[in-house]
Design a protein around this ligand. Structure first.
Ligand code: NCD
Length: 320
């Protein structure tokens, strides 16, 4: 594999290689000197056409800890707002001799397009495209599950999968690239995935996903290893009408103190961020000891270091 575009095409051995490499990266990050020389002299461009806080900063931190130079490009305030096409932007970057592109775009398939055309000939890493895929998010989620469900929060042995683990992903399924990437990756890793949300936020075709679909959170909450809450993506809901009111949404699909108490004792609570506190997750749940939300953020840096390293620096150990 030359690029990291989705988790659907990621084979089990490739997924485990990234997760195991991320464990090796994590180990280096507990040292006082966090910077590794692996990508010295290489330039990574963060090409963000959509808003982002944690994903952009995480990719930047990951590239810098590997000693790469990082150029941050945001669609706003650039020639994109003058109407420049993705093609011209890509060709411009190519002419500048950059070595990898991390791209977030509102159009599903934009990263794939960069990878397939000859506009630019470097590894492409998808940092989220439309409602399609967000592979590094799913990888950091799987990394976090491996550690908390099988390693007591600490490093796990190489090759650890998630066989038989029960994961529910809850909320705005329709607009979520996180759920699509997670369903694909978790299935490859052997987990049993249940997707939960209101019928209005369940996409057409979800029944063909390798997951169980339900509208009843209370029916599954007592038998889970991990509960992942998704953000209600208001910015993609022009016109509204997806649910009667925020209070009604919270009552049926929110993780509140009562539902938190009904989770099995060992189960973890996850959220990709940013969180709508009080809507899909209460502060009590978000800040509880079950919540691994900040571990997810920390682990994102290790996973992105691993992906950049495997795509740019390692030769025969790379994703092939
Ligand atoms: C997610 C995204 O952008 O898809 N956030 C993230 O990357 N941490 C989920 C979201 O925006 O709700």
């Amino acid at each position: 594999m030359k690029h990291l575009l989705n988790t659907k095409d990621l084979r089990l051995d490739e997924a485990l290689l990234i997760l195991d490499t991320a464990e090796a990266m994590a180990e280096t990050q507990s040292r006082q000197m966090k910077k590794l020389p692996a990508l010295r002299g290489r330039t990574v461009v963060n090409l963000f056409f959509e808003d982002s806080t944690r994903t952009r900063i995480s990719f930047e931190a990951a590239a810098k800890r590997l000693s790469a130079d990082v150029i941050n490009f945001s669609g706003k305030g650039s020639s994109v707002s003058k109407g420049e096409s993705l093609k011209d932007t890509a060709q411009t970057l190519n002419a500048m001799g950059i070595d990898a592109v991390v791209i977030r775009h509102s159009a599903s398939g934009a990263p794939q397009r960069l990878a397939e055309t000859d506009w630019i000939d470097v590894p492409i890493l998808n940092a989220g495209d439309g409602a399609h895929q967000h592979p590094t998010q799913a990888l950091l989620d799987a990394f976090t599950m491996r550690r908390w469900l099988l390693g007591g929060g600490a490093a796990v042995p190489a090759g650890t999968d998630l066989a038989g683990k029960k994961v529910a992903i809850v909320g705005d399924i329709l607009h979520s690239r996180v759920v699509r990437s997670n369903v694909d990756l978790l299935t490859t890793l052997g987990a049993e995935v249940t997707v939960v949300g209101p019928p209005t936020l369940m996409p057409v075709g979800a029944e063909s996903w390798p997951a169980t679909i339900t509208y009843d959170l209370d029916g599954v909450i007592e038998d889970l290893d991990a509960l992942m809450m998704l953000r209600v993506q208001y910015e993609r809901m022009a016109g509204g009408g997806y649910f009667p009111s925020p209070a009604e949404y919270s009552r049926i699909y929110g993780l509140d103190a009562d539902r938190l108490a009904r989770l099995p004792e060992h189960a973890i609570v996850m959220h990709p961020g940013p969180m709508n506190r009080g809507l899909e997750i209460s502060s009590e749940a978000a800040d509880s000891v079950r919540s691994v939300v900040l571990d997810q953020v920390a682990n994102g840096v290790y996973v992105r270091m691993a992906a950049l390293y495997l795509l740019l620096a390692s030769d025969e150990g790379s994703l092939s």
